[in-house]
Design a protein around this ligand. Sequence first.
Ligand SMILES: *[C@@H]1O[C@H](CO)[C@@H](O)[C@H](O)[C@H]1NC(C)=O
Ligand SMILES: *[C@@H]1O[C@H](CO)[C@@H](O)[C@H](O)[C@H]1NC(C)=O
Ligand SMILES: *[C@@H]1O[C@H](CO)[C@@H](O)[C@H](O)[C@H]1NC(C)=O
Ligand SMILES: *[C@@H]1O[C@H](CO)[C@@H](O)[C@H](O)[C@H]1NC(C)=O
Ligand SMILES: *[C@@H]1O[C@H](CO)[C@@H](O)[C@H](O)[C@H]1NC(C)=O
Ligand SMILES: *[C@@H]1O[C@H](CO)[C@@H](O)[C@H](O)[C@H]1NC(C)=O
Ligand SMILES: *[C@@H]1O[C@H](CO)[C@@H](O)[C@H](O)[C@H]1NC(C)=O
Ligand SMILES: *[C@@H]1O[C@H](CO)[C@@H](O)[C@H](O)[C@H]1NC(C)=O
Ligand SMILES: *[C@@H]1O[C@H](CO)[C@@H](O)[C@H](O)[C@H]1NC(C)=O
Ligand SMILES: CC(=O)N[C@H]1CO[C@H](CO)[C@@H](O)[C@@H]1O
Ligand SMILES: [Ca+2]
Ligand SMILES: [Ca+2]
Length: 593
Amino acid sequence: MCNTRHKMKSLQCLMFAVFCSVAFGDTVVLTNTGKEDGSNLKLFTEWWETSVFYQIYPRSFKDSDNDGSGDLQGIIQKLDHIQDAGIDAVWLSPIYKSPQVDNGYDISDYRDVDEIYGTLDDLKQLLDEAHKRGIKVILDYVPNHTSDQHAWFQASLKNDSVYADYYVWKDAVIVNGTRTPPNNWLSEFKGSAWEWSEERQQYYLHQFSVAQPDLNYRNPAVVNELKDVLTYWLDFGVDGFRMDAVFALFEDAQFRDEPPSGDTNSGPEDYGYLKHIYTADQHETLQLIYDFRDLLDKYSANLSYPRIMMTEVYSDIATTMLYYGTYSGSRKGAHFTFNFWSFILGLQKGFTSTQLWGSIYNWFNYIPAQYTPNWVLGNHDQSRVSTRLGPENVDALNILISILPGVQVTYNGEEIGQENGEVTCEQGYDPQAIKNCSTFNQTSRDFERTPFQWDSTVNAGFNEGAEPWLPVSQKYLETNLESQNVTGINSHYNIYKQTLQLRQSFRNETGYFVLLSSYANLFVAERILSSNNDDYVLYYNVGDEAVTPSKYIAEANATVVIRSSNSAYNIGDLFNYNGTLLAREAVLVRLDK
Ligand SMILES: *[C@@H]1O[C@H](CO)[C@@H](O)[C@H](O)[C@H]1NC(C)=O
Ligand SMILES: *[C@@H]1O[C@H](CO)[C@@H](O)[C@H](O)[C@H]1NC(C)=O
Ligand SMILES: *[C@@H]1O[C@H](CO)[C@@H](O)[C@H](O)[C@H]1NC(C)=O
Ligand SMILES: *[C@@H]1O[C@H](CO)[C@@H](O)[C@H](O)[C@H]1NC(C)=O
Ligand SMILES: *[C@@H]1O[C@H](CO)[C@@H](O)[C@H](O)[C@H]1NC(C)=O
Ligand SMILES: *[C@@H]1O[C@H](CO)[C@@H](O)[C@H](O)[C@H]1NC(C)=O
Ligand SMILES: *[C@@H]1O[C@H](CO)[C@@H](O)[C@H](O)[C@H]1NC(C)=O
Ligand SMILES: *[C@@H]1O[C@H](CO)[C@@H](O)[C@H](O)[C@H]1NC(C)=O
Ligand SMILES: *[C@@H]1O[C@H](CO)[C@@H](O)[C@H](O)[C@H]1NC(C)=O
Ligand SMILES: CC(=O)N[C@H]1CO[C@H](CO)[C@@H](O)[C@@H]1O
Ligand SMILES: [Ca+2]
Ligand SMILES: [Ca+2]
């Protein structure tokens, strides 16, 4: 096993790692495409493979007309910030026409923009302005269901000859004279997944809220409609899609009851009560994802760069990988499927160096070599990383995911270390959470959706003073972009920006080695560029006590390139292996040759 001192090991250890099995925390050699095989380096040639994607939550980003909600013109006003940060692409959470029962995840017209956000013309302008700055634009795509206000559903209710089978309708089962749903399936929002329609005299399926009927993907007309929607937006000029909740597209054709999960925390009405073997990750769902990919590849064939898709799946890690495509690579799926495992599901506050190691290694261990890794710290459904893992870890984590190979994803606000906001149940909008105020603090996703903190003016510069749809966090005077950009040489934002700049030089690499090590509280990630042997090493003290790197690592001559905001090092300093790294301090060095 590879217990050589860090500096010595690079190449020797590479030879070793191919042959020896890896124990948690040991130095492990990886490549950009996966684990262990150093000879199998791949050049990332497509734009998205090395891009930084920035998720914008439009309603909370920037309110241009002071009506309380962020909008497309607001995003246009802030494109300079996105460019300044060094971001390559943005993806917008849903902006489609919607009754907003579920914050835009209930769509009533797939081809139009909701008036909260603006118009199709505004979106066109946003695309033009972004493209002018070299920034690509990804739209959310919500195929799991429509709004019950959607014209298709309204027609389906009436048994319209064209739309009758657009949704999943089933007859009631009469038990002892009482009407009951066709099976035991549960909604993610609690209770039966079936709702009786007096009008149609049948039940319809809704895996989410009653107002979000599931589309019937077994009807080829529905599949064609949804493919047409993709083509419509591609023609409009978007660069790709982020596909929401795709695990739930198909259900079992025989509508079999699901077995109990055995989860003792779930009551019989709770989604977790059943094991979702007939409503999630169905074989047909994967085939459809692969078909969507074919559509994108065909569409892109004559274009100067590929249009892409990314999928949102919270399945187990082996199943998640199937959304990238088959293990053999015979069929491709998403360009990438979000890695929620490494930094969201895999880590908790107080994590150890070895847990961090394992959390990253896990993704490399499962991802087939032909697919591109991706690294995600947070999103609109998760407590902000600053709050979830601690603000003192934000710089280290931003630097870390930037030097790992592949795609980097930033949720708006992570670049300034924004923490969760303060929202009461009465102010909240998260449909599941506001149903029960006594559990709102634990369940609401409103906390991570409060307005972006731009500066120290009224409402943090989100707008001109109108009451925002969700309150601006009280922490905005301490944490805002302007103060970090202007005064903070060593601020979260400047560290983020420096890291993205450095990342540019990793782009055209024919491949590189990544080494992960864990020595007590000291986490080490090393990246060696193959073109010029530039060797970058991140030393990150994950613990609460100071550590002396030379206790674990042989001395070298190394220059500090980037460091966390709690560090006493300056850029350009010689790194002192005999000195101490403070608790949560992270220092990225380049080894002198
Ligand atoms: C940050 O400051 C620089 C230099 O003054 C300026 O060019 C840039 O636009 C600022 N960025 C933001 C997001 O304010
Ligand atoms: C139907 O009614 C009979 C007689 O009351 C009872 O034994 C049986 O359990 C009932 N079946 C169900 C499914 O409730
Ligand atoms: C609509 O069609 C379904 C399936 O054919 C049928 O069961 C139902 O009774 C019809 N509803 C009405 C109101 O005609
Ligand atoms: C791409 O270009 C080729 C050659 O001009 C043409 O035959 C083909 O139809 C084009 N494909 C698409 C999807 O436009
Ligand atoms: C709300 O949550 C509390 C705590 O879990 C529970 O006791 C109560 O029954 C819930 N109320 C409703 C209406 O579901
Ligand atoms: C929710 O959190 C707020 C802020 O910490 C607190 O004031 C409130 O009492 C909490 N509500 C409940 C029901 O726990
Ligand atoms: C990477 O390669 C592409 C294509 O050869 C080139 O356009 C681009 O400028 C290169 N980027 C860097 C950072 O060298
Ligand atoms: C660091 O550089 C100095 C001056 O060039 C040299 O004498 C020394 O041996 C180097 N140390 C290491 C560990 O390479
Ligand atoms: C660091 O400590 C080692 C062992 O105590 C010593 O040999 C070395 O000279 C020290 N290096 C520096 C730069 O002080
Ligand atoms: C993973 C997930 O639940 N995705 C979306 C699918 O639809 C529901 C209901 O609209 C949304 O809440 C989810 O965000
Ligand atoms: Ca507005
Ligand atoms: Ca479905």
